[in-house]
Design a protein around this ligand. Structure first.
Ligand code: SF4
Length: 767
């Protein structure tokens, strides 16, 4: 292992383009005028406009927010292994020799968490060799920094290396906003959006509104940054941040560590926010210095007012949280916004009849594996050790990166966790993304409760078992509860019996913000491959591969309305991207559209049959959703999906849009969409529409025939105009009309007309 140098050799290449941003910011100020007071989010976004003068002339912050479409030139792209495959396959089809902006690939999602890093990592590398080789060769050819399997989780590595105050970055993962902990605008997107940036096309975003979260006071005792976002998720719900950037401000901000702020921003994805960010603080400066980026801290300091909101800036909504009064929270199961203060969790268990026994505790991940998190955990473990206690259930630790793992190893923190019975997994996603092979005897169908310090707790996400109730908490709360083995144990007030018969009560944890002796860089073979494009590198995709396949372009939109589509499935309740394109074993097929399409909507609950992944064909036969979609595709029967609220929430998974398109879908009609997914649908040439009257959802049924009215005109008019649906009921032949709304911009309409955004980019690149 080697230490992080005081100044990282790539520091310059990782510095945001501050000179350009300063010039753009001056233009923004001049064009908007001195009476416009800007939030930090607006300063950074507008300074990344392709044409700030043109976009902002005659506008005010009020007229822009929630209305204008911003064409943005982003500074950097990061991609994780699962989503990078499709992003790169799409980038390759544009025929360019290198990426237009710096980019990185992170091999993290395809690594199993089971018996510990030493066994799991080599096995996962062997099992995914074809994919990792493809990613590495494409990285080499196009000049992308390649972070090999085991080097760490995308968001932790981005925080340690790339995120910086004022930067604008796209990442092909929904928790990309983690980088907002370093004052950057980092947005989770699908691969097709990443390709915009990679080919130097402007990336379009409907200007978000800005939700201000005012932090007062100072965290104390057991309360941690995780509890800020667990509490906020409870207040705002999974839909509350939709259409907003969450901007933290107030005196309380200055008391938080940089990594704590990253945890808060990371989980902003759980409230549907476009992204979250904090203003530049001394703790960010300290973190930059500790990670070899002191010169960036100096340049950021010189950017002055650019890196914080104007004192008179107004937010569209404000939520205030008093950190001094915040108590730990536990959120879940199955949704991150079901938030219960720890002091009331015992009652909630009884009321909801949740299991009393805890079956496993899992800490770490991209969300909570900072030095501060882990040293606070260590203080809990050391207290328990002194009292003679041992964890009662399996206890897993996922370091977020090799850098943090090596540093914790050097400082004996990992040793403390291991000697307490903790299993140290690979520096990768593992159990957070369904790559957890349980060895504790809990089988699919066994009702049980787990606690994790991860960010997301959709049903079956961790172990594939829909009956695992997964609760989210801070790593220190998870760890303390592992020693009791009970869900109704409150470590802040309850005692545990020790083996010697006495009673023991935990004291509040304490940790250190940053390692006193600096960070360790860790294993050198995990350092990224230098990003110099080498056009001679062959990128091989075997025609017989089951895991990777080159893409054929989708056909352009017809010169007509869409006629006689049929409703494939009417989805009831929550439908996340996990329901539309499941993870787990399907991660293996991320680069093979034909094969992964076999998981399309298999998690969706059919309102007609009240069963998951069961639909009915015209002849009355029951089958699975992907099977019916394929049957209809073969018969030339176009189709649409009908669904409820916030359709496509969750991961920024473009497969959830690619697959329905590939299988012959044309329209998704819902009560509302999650932002990223709605854009992803348009990028792949699908039409996302919403009910003007939500109750019309009740009027439409599976197999009803649907013809659009006004769709072609709307697309040809650059998104202007209404679209109606004429519906013929399958059972009665009755005709009804449904009014719909849409959010198409001119560019988005062009994507659909061309067949997909990629078709359009390919044309532009060749022109
Ligand atoms: Fe990986 Fe989980 Fe973080 Fe996603 S949320 S990057 S799956 S650790």
């Amino acid at each position: 292992a080697s230490s992080i140098p005081k100044v990282h050799p790539n520091c310059d290449a990782r510095t945001p383009p501050y000179d350009k941003l300063r010039r753009n910011y001056e233009t923004v100020r001049r064009v908007l005028g001195s009476n416009q007071h800007l939030t930090l989010a607006e300063k950074i976004l507008y300074s990344h406009l392709e044409k700030p003068e043109e976009t902002l002339s005659g506008q005010s912050t009020d007229s822009i927010r929630g209305n204008a479409y911003l064409k943005l030139k982003v500074d950097r792209v990061a991609m994780q292994d699962a989503s990078a495959q499709m992003a790169l396959l799409q980038f390759m089809s544009c025929g360019l020799p290198m990426t237009a902006v710096p980019a990185s690939i992170h091999c993290d999602h395809m690594i199993v968490g089971e018996r510990g890093a030493d066994v799991d990592l080599p096995e996962s590398i062997k099992g995914n060799k074809e994919v990792f080789d493809f990613l590495e060769s494409a990285a080499k050819k196009y000049g992308i920094e390649f972070w090999a399997p085991g080097s760490g989780i995308i968001h932790q590595i981005v925080l340690e290396n790339y995120s910086a105050p004022g930067l604008m970055m796209l990442g092909t993962d929904s928790h990309t906003p983690n980088g907002g902990g370093l004052g950057a605008i980092c947005i989770g997107v699908g691969g097709a959006d990443a390709v915009d940036a990679l080919v130097d096309a402007p990336w379009e975003l409907k200007a978000p509104k800005v939700l201000g979260v005012k932090l007062e006071g100072k965290l104390d005792g057991w309360a941690s940054p995780k509890d800020v976002i667990l509490n906020l998720a409870g207040q705002l719900t999974v839909r509350g941040g939709t259409g907003y950037i969450v901007e933290y401000h107030g005196e309380g901000v200055r008391s938080l560590s940089c990594t704590g702020m990253a945890t808060i921003c990371n989980m902003g994805a759980e409230i549907g926010a476009t992204t979250s960010l904090f203003p530049f603080t001394p703790s960010m400066s300290r973190y930059l210095q500790a990670t070899g980026r002191g010169p960036i801290a100096e340049k950021a300091t010189a950017m002055g007012e650019f890196l914080s909101a104007d004192s008179k800036a107004e937010y569209d909504k404000v939520v205030t949280i008093d950190l001094s009064k915040l108590e730990p929270h536990i959120n879940g199961p199955f949704t991150p916004d079901l938030s219960t203060p720890l002091s009331k969790f015992k009652d909630a268990i009884q009321e909801q009849a949740w299991p009393l026994d805890l079956s496993a505790g899992l800490i770490g991940s991209c969300t909570n594996s900072s030095y501060q998190d882990m040293t606070r955990v260590e203080s809990i473990v050391n207290q328990a050790k002194e009292a003679g206690l041992k964890p009662k259930v399996d206890f897993f630790v996922t370091p977020g990166s090799e850098q943090i793992r090596a540093t914790l190893e050097r400082d004996q923190t990992l040793n403390a966790l291991e000697s307490a019975g903790g299993v140290i997994l690979a520096n990768a996603c593992g159990p957070c993304i369904g790559q957890w092979k349980r060895t504790d005897g809990v089988k699919r169908g066994d009702t049980n409760a787990i606690l994790t310090s991860f960010n997301r707790n959709f049903r079956a996400r961790n172990d594939g078992n829909p009956d695992t109730l997964n609760f989210l908490a801070s790593p220190e709360i998870v760890t303390a509860m592992v020693y009791s083995g009970r869900m109704d144990f409150n470590p802040t007030s309850d005692s545990i019996k020790t083996p010697s018969g006495s009673t023991f009560k935990f004291s509040p944890p304490h940790g250190e913000e940053l390692p006193r002796n600096g960070f360790e860089a860790g294993r050198e073979d995990f350092f990224p491959v230098k990003a110099v494009p080498d056009p001679t590198t062959p990128v091989v995709v075997s025609p017989t591969s089951t895991r990777l396949a080159l893409l054929d372009p989708f056909p352009p939109f017809p010169e007509s309305e869409l006629e006689n589509l049929s409703v494939l499935v009417k989805v009831k309740g929550k439908c996340t991207t996990d329901h539309i394109s499941a993870a787990g074993k399907w991660l293996a097929y991320k680069g093979h559209l034909e094969n992964i399409s076999n998981n399309t909507l298999i998690g969706a609950l059919n309102a007609e049959t009240d069963a998951v992944n069961t639909v009915v064909d015209f002849d009355g036969s029951e089958t699975s959703i992907p099977d019916l979609a394929r049957r209809w595709k073969e018969r030339g029967q176009g189709w649409l999906v009908v669904a409820e609220w916030n359709y496509g929430e969750g991961s920024a998974r473009e497969h959830a849009a690619l697959q329905p398109r590939y299988l012959g879908g044309s329209i998704v009609l819902t009560k509302s969409f999650a932002r990223i997914h709605e854009t992803n649908l348009k990028k792949q040439g699908l039409i996302p529409l919403t009910f003007v009257n939500e109750t019309d959802y009740d009027l439409i049924s599976p197999r009803d025939k649907v013809t659009t009215v006004g769709l072609l005109d709307m697309l040809k008019n650059g998104g202007a105009g209404a679209v109606k649906l004429q519906v013929v009921k399958e059972k009665t032949g009755e005709k009804i009309e449904i009014e719909t709304a849409h959010t198409f911009s001119k560019d988005q309409a062009e994507w659909v007309l061309a067949g997909s955004a990629l078709n359009l980019l390919g044309k532009m690149a060749k022109a």
